[in-house]
Design a protein around this ligand. Structure first.
Ligand code: DSN
Length: 422
């Protein structure tokens, strides 16, 4: 098939029915094309993934699993889900895969549902030290319904304090230990977590949302051999559709499948499941592995460049796709830095740093990530240039440099468009 089928994505039809939303779609495409996207959890999906997302598979109710559905007419979508499951198992060397979680949070909810009863104890990384909302914070179901105990980073190394984690595990005997999070620049020692989980008889869950795309590309070590279950999102480094997924050991497959459906979710989003299958196929290619390695090289170059601008990378650098940058040395808050970069069309987010004196709504740092700019084809020299532009934008209290920085950003992204222009 060489042309867009009449029943498929049809922008002219959208423009005719809803010019307001059509305009918004174009404006968002232009925003992506005209700026630098450095949010560590974002990326640019491929046209193939977008085509699956915009397909008639969105119409189908398919509660259940392939061959075991509660609706007729599932024989076609069954094929898509089976392909995705097999691709996930092969890519990650996993016994079992479930592609139905609507998001990373949904995948995590399912894991709690499979292994824990309300009131039981979970041990996880604290959010201000790099963890995640669903890892037992008070505002989330995980902190409201479970007894959460948190480890953090060592003040000396700013890397995970493995001694503290082990001590807390022995003191509190958690039902489940979680590692992973949203702002961890360093590799995680999965073997150390496995050893502690075995010592106290806990389930080990790895929340690999941020770095699973690097694992898929063989750029960093895999948690799969160590974890009982690995949850992740599919839209970060992995570059698939917005959504969640999990892989697990065979002995937990039935419990986790039941926890995803019917315990926590109803009908799966079959267009998203198909798009996840597409992303998994793309991630199994040599070209994807080259991209994954470049994501890390770019993050390291960006962290070094920012350090040269007087902005300190927490833990001294990064092994992954993201760097957490302490701005206290330049006397600018994370919130101000985010706002100043926004004006310059550099999109990044304020972030708490470990032991942060500021509240989370302000933060003393920023988090920067390189998946999107790497997908655009940028390399280390570009990262040095971006670091210089961030340095100028962050220090630009009166806005006098914004136009110049915006112009320089425009030249960079003009050479590396995120999406083809009309
Ligand atoms: N909100 C995601 C992130 O930006 O890291 C995590 O859920």
């Amino acid at each position: 098939m060489t042309s867009v089928p009449s029943w498929g994505p049809d922008f002219a039809a959208l423009e005719a029915v809803d010019p307001d939303i059509a305009r918004i779609l174009l404006e968002e495409r232009d925003r992506l094309n005209n700026g630098l996207q450095l949010i560590a959890s974002e990326n640019f999906t491929s046209p193939a993934v977008l085509a699956a997302l915009g397909s008639t598979l969105s119409n189908k109710y398919a509660e259940g699993y392939p061959g075991r559905r509660y609706y007729g007419g599932c024989e076609v979508v069954d094929e898509a889900e089976n392909l995705g499951i097999e691709r996930a198992k092969a890519l990650f060397g996993a016994d079992h895969a479930n592609l139905q979680p609507h998001s990373g949070a949904s995948a995590n909810i399912a894991v709690y549902g499979a292994f824990m009863k309300p009131g039981e104890t979970v041990l996880a990384m604290s959010l201000p030290h790099g963890g995640h909302l669903t890892h037992g914070t008070k505002v989330s179901f995980s902190g409201k319904w479970f007894n959460a105990v948190h480890y953090g980073v060592s003040p000396k190394t700013e890397d995970i304090d493995y001694d503290q984690m082990r001590d807390l595990a022995h003191e509190h005997r958690p039902k489940m230990i979680i590692c992973g999070g949203s702002a961890i620049p360093r590799l995680i020692d999965f073997a150390a977590f496995r050893a502690v989980a075995d010592e106290v008889g806990a389930i080990l869950m790895v929340d690999a949302a941020h770095f699973i795309g690097l694992v898929a590309g063989r750029a960093i070590p895999s948690p799969v051999p160590y974890a009982d279950v690995v949850t992740f999102t599919t839209h970060k480094v992995l570059r698939g559709p917005r959504g969640g997924m999990l892989v697990c050991k065979a002995e937990h497959a039935a419990a986790l499948d039941k926890a995803v459906f019917p315990m926590m979710q109803g009908g799966p989003l079959m267009h998203a499941v198909a798009a996840k299958a597409v992303a998994l196929k793309e991630a199994a290619t040599p070209a994807y592995q080259t991209y994954a390695r470049q994501v890390v090289l770019n993050a390291q170059a960006l962290a070094e460049g920012l350090a040269a601008e007087g902005m300190r990378p927490v833990s001294g650098g990064t092994d992954t796709h993201l760097a957490l940058i302490d701005l206290q040395g330049v006397g600018v808050t994370g919130a101000d830095a985010e706002a100043r970069c926004d004006v310059a069309r550099i999109t990044l987010n304020k972030n708490s740093i470990p032991f942060d004196p500021q509240p989370p709504s302000v933060g003393s740092g920023i988090r920067v990530g390189t998946p999107a700019v790497t997908t655009q084809g940028m390399t280390e020299p570009d990262m040095k240039e971006i670091a210089g532009l961030i340095g100028r934008a962050v220090r630009d209290a009166d806005g006098s440099a914004a136009a110049d920085v915006r112009a320089a950003v425009g030249v960079m992204v003009g050479a590396h468009p995120a999406y083809p222009r009309p």
